[in-house]
Design a protein around this ligand. Structure first.
Ligand code: NAD
Length: 271
């Protein structure tokens, strides 16, 4: 199959849902062989069936990314199944909502394991395979909270700050072997994670409406929009881009204050 990722092998964590699933579909349509690593086995198997029915080349790998041994097995079996490995997308993530003084130690550790330590594990096990390539790519999924604080999610915000710092460290330490490492930082994105969070509020649609009032383009991001940026950072279209974060948030971080229902933020008729 031709495409921007023809001949490339990608391992995508959190690939069974949301942004990871959109990335798996896009990568497959661009010619990559893709391993979808996730804990949602049924969703992952179903996605593999869907993509392969449309001539894609994907496998599902049941893998808890917070477990070193499981990441090792998942990455090694991916490289041996497809005969190599070129791209790692660390997309798996979880959120814990609550104030810090109410956290259980396990909540903190679990979140850091999935959102941060998993990047260490995937790099460690992918390294022997990636170093064989002239070029290879790691894309970590951060968040707008890689850049600013967000309320009631202290561990998540800390973890996403760490995702950006780790991205910068990896970008420096492995550049000499042709590896580029970057971060994509999504804003409010319409995925099962967002819907699950909205469903804890009395009126989920109204909550979403209120949240996107803070977004200059006045809507949530679509998972495909994030996936396209991950694709850009996973091929030579982005040659020269290393150790940075591309924010895909509809302008959220550009504004100190914004409310799309405020007349003063709208263009005048003669504008
Ligand atoms: N949706 C948003 O608004 C938003 C905004 C900013 C950043 N993000 C980030 O984007 C990434 C994807 O989130 P999403 O919105 O697509 O959510 P999602 O819940 O739809 O997908 C997350 C996936 O990660 C998987 N996962 C969770 N724990 C795992 C584990 N231990 N091992 C393996 N897989 C695991 C889940 O099973 C799921 O398939 C996350 O890192 C999230 O923090 C999302």
């Amino acid at each position: 199959m031709r495409g921007r990722l023809a001949g490339q092998v990608a391992w995508i964590s959190g690939g069974a849902s949301g942004i990871g699933a959109a990335t798996a579909k896009l990568f497959a349509s661009e010619g990559a062989s893709v391993a979808i690593a996730d804990v949602r086995d049924q969703d992952g198997e179903q996605l593999v069936h869907e993509i392969n029915s449309a001539n894609g080349k994907t496998i599902y790998s049941s893998c808890d990314v917070a477990r070193n041994d499981q990441v090792r097995v998942s990455i090694e079996s991916t490289a041996s199944h497809f005969g190599g490995l070129n791209i790692i997308v660390n997309c798996a993530g979880i959120v814990h909502v609550g104030l810090l003084h109410e956290y259980a130690e396990d909540d903190w550790d679990q979140l850091m394991g999935v959102n941060v330590k998993s990047i260490f594990f995937s790099l460690a096990h992918a390294f022997p395979h990636l170093r064989r390539n002239d070029r290879s790519y790691i894309v970590n999924v951060g968040s707008i909270s890689s850049h600013v604080g967000q309320r009631s999610t202290p561990a998540y915000t800390t973890s996403k700050g760490a995702v950006l710092s780790l991205t910068q460290s990896i970008a420096l330490d492995y550049a000499a072997m042709g590896l580029r490492c970057n971060c994509v930082s999504p804003g409010i994105t319409d995925t099962p994670m967002l819907r699950k969070h909205l469903n804890t509020t009395p009126d989920p649609d109204e909550t979403l409406r209120q949240r996107v009032r803070r977004v200059p383009i006045n809507r949530a991001m679509h998972p495909d929009e994030i996936a396209r940026t991950i694709l850009y950072l996973s091929c030579e279209d982005s040659a020269g881009v290393n150790g940075t974060s591309i924010v895909v948030d509809g302008g959220y971080l550009a504004a100190a204050e914004w409310d799309t229902t405020d007349d003063t933020t709208a263009l005048g008729e003669d504008a």
